[in-house]
Design a protein around this ligand. Structure first.
Ligand SMILES: C[S@@+](CC[C@H](N)C(=O)[O-])C[C@H]1O[C@@H](n2cnc3c(N)ncnc32)[C@H](O)[C@@H]1O
Length: 503
């Protein structure tokens, strides 16, 4: 494990980004690894023979995929070591602090608070303890102990572990709660007195004071007397559209709260608490999510424009027929339409999501080149030799691994003989132990009964099975662009430079 003190302190912008996206995943990862018994079942490095994921899953009585989803992250974080034969062992410093009975008790006590923390908003309003599963929990007091008091840990590594285990998710939920209460919006318009903040948010005196204390501890606010304000750094980071964007990211994270709380059930029994394979749950979840996807339209549009330009380097898009499967906001297909005015783009998604795509396509004046096709991507026949380009943008991770061969079979059939399959996806490194953000994204896909993330060579094997034997994987800034085709089709080998302005 890297010594935590040696890492440079993240900026507030980096921290907020992490708290919005991955901090609750991190706490759930460590809490579940402990409760499932992974740390105890692993041999300590240098002491016993390393074990495989399968052996580990058998030992703790949990699903292989569930254990793998946790272990790959633990390897990435340096808590577990993996040798070249994928043998696993617990890192020595971790073994040392987990042998400390008092520290372990502290972890177990902190783990009990996940559910109660979900009632923070109510606690802030009432200033009282909340009811959770028949017991009273003083969540405000808990936040005080977590953030405002110091309890010595057995080592810096142990302190870092505790922080990730207990405080990471608590930070996320604090920001979810203050976002819902409208507190951050109030502060974004300038310094405010306590009475004004209480009237605007409905917070109790005790509740408001506690959250302001913790927000100050996190470097977000400052309080002098009765007046609170954003710190200078927070004001810069949360300027303009940044605050609503951040609040939406926190509200997306909040959708996973209960599923993360109950991750142990999913890892043990593959029982899905937020089951996106349930059509009604998926409809609601993605209808909600498409707002968020549209919110990130501008940044994804830069990626999709660059992908279209990359392909246009080796193959003209003139008159091309393009199919965008799982289009969401339409951001990938519309980039092809805007790159080449004679291209025709079919946008495929669930009906409820297509309305959003249509609005975006209309806004970019590409409606004349568009067809909207509602359907179910798990079963849809996409036709035969019909498309020059088929885009699978951030959609393979929706499919469970066993569905991929059939999906690729239908897609390969629908591609013209010289067609190119365009996959935008989080592609793992060949050891499957990074990048970290991709692995956290993969954990969420596992807990929602969706897909698995793969490495380039794992994709390559599945694609070769359907005749797409040529493939390249080009790294875009936040995800990878994987292009595949039949033998003899020219594929670009490097990315086009980023567009100077988004058209
Ligand atoms: C992660 S989003 C990707 C959105 C978009 N391609 C992008 O890159 O921003 C996955 C998309 O797959 C769609 N999807 C999920 N299950 C589906 C199904 N059974 N049939 C059709 N579309 C589905 C969702 O509605 C969602 O728009």
């Amino acid at each position: 494990m890297t010594a935590p003190q040696s890492a440079p302190s993240p900026t507030l912008a980096q921290s907020l980004h992490f708290w919005a996206r991955n901090a609750s995943n991190e706490s759930a990862l460590l809490r579940t690894s402990l409760s499932v018994g992974l740390f105890d079942a692993l041999p300590v490095e240098g002491e016993g023979a390393p074990v495989s994921v399968r052996q580990l899953a058998e030992k703790v009585g949990a699903s292989v995929r569930g254990v793998r989803s946790l272990v790959e992250l633990l390897v990435c974080l340096g808590l577990v070591r993996m040798d070249d034969a994928r043998g696993l062992a617990l890192a020595c410093p971790v073994a040392a602090f987990l042998r400390d009975a008092a520290f372990r008790e502290r972890l177990q006590e902190a783990a009990r608070w996940w559910g109660p923390i979900g009632h923070l908003e109510e606690a802030v309003k009432t200033g009282e303890a909340v009811n959770h599963e028949g017991q009273r929990w003083d969540v405000l007091d808990h936040y005080g102990r977590l953030f405002l008091e110091t309890t010595p840990a057995p080592s810096p590594e142990a302190e870092d572990f505790f922080d990730r285990f207990a405080r990471s998710a608590a930070r996320t939920w604090l920001l979810v709660a203050v976002g819902r209460l409208g507190l951050l919006e109030q502060l974004s318009t300038g310094p405010k007195d306590e009475a004004v903040l209480r009237a605007a948010t409905g917070a109790s005196e005790r509740g408001l004071r506690r959250v302001l204390e913790v927000l100050a501890h996190l470097g977000i606010t400052r309080t002098e007397g009765l007046t609170s304000t954003f710190t200078d750094e927070a004001r810069q980071v949360l300027d303009g559209k940044a605050l609503p964007y951040l609040l939406r990211s926190f509200s997306v994270s909040a959708q996973y709260w209960e599923a993360l709380d109950r991750l142990e059930e999913t890892v043990r029994h593959e029982r899905y608490i937020l089951d996106l394979k349930d059509p009604e749950v998926s409809r609601r979840f993605y209808a909600d999510n498409s707002n968020q996807i549209t919110a990130v339209f501008a940044s994804h549009y830069q990626l999709s424009r660059r992908a279209a330009a990359t392909i246009a380097q080796v193959r003209p898009l003139t008159g091309a027929s393009v199919l965008d499967i799982g289009t969401g906001s339409g951001v990938w297909g519309v980039a092809f339409a805007r790159t080449e005015p004679t291209a025709h783009v079919t946008y495929f998604d669930q009906e409820v999501v297509l309305a959003q795509a249509r609005r975006n396509v209309e806004q970019l004046k590409a409606l004349g080149q568009a067809r909207f096709w509602p359907g179910n991507l798990f079963t849809q026949d996409f036709g035969e030799a019909a498309y020059d380009f088929i885009i699978l943008p951030q959609v393979l991770n929706v499919l469970r691994p066993e569905s991929l061969p059939d999906m690729f079979r239908r897609v390969a059939r629908a591609l013209k003989p010289d067609g190119i399959l365009v996959i935008a996806e989080y592609v793992l490194n060949e050891r499957r132990d990074g990048p970290l953000d991709h692995l956290y994204f993969g954990l969420r896909r596992f807990l929602t009964n969706e897909g698995d993330l793969l490495s380039h060579s794992e994709y390559g094997r599945l694609l070769a099975d359907v005749g797409l034997t040529a493939s390249v994987c080009l790294p875009l800034p936040t995800q990878e662009l994987l292009l595949a085709a039949r033998p003899g089709v020219t594929l670009p080998t490097q990315l086009a430079p980023p567009a100077r302005t988004a058209a």
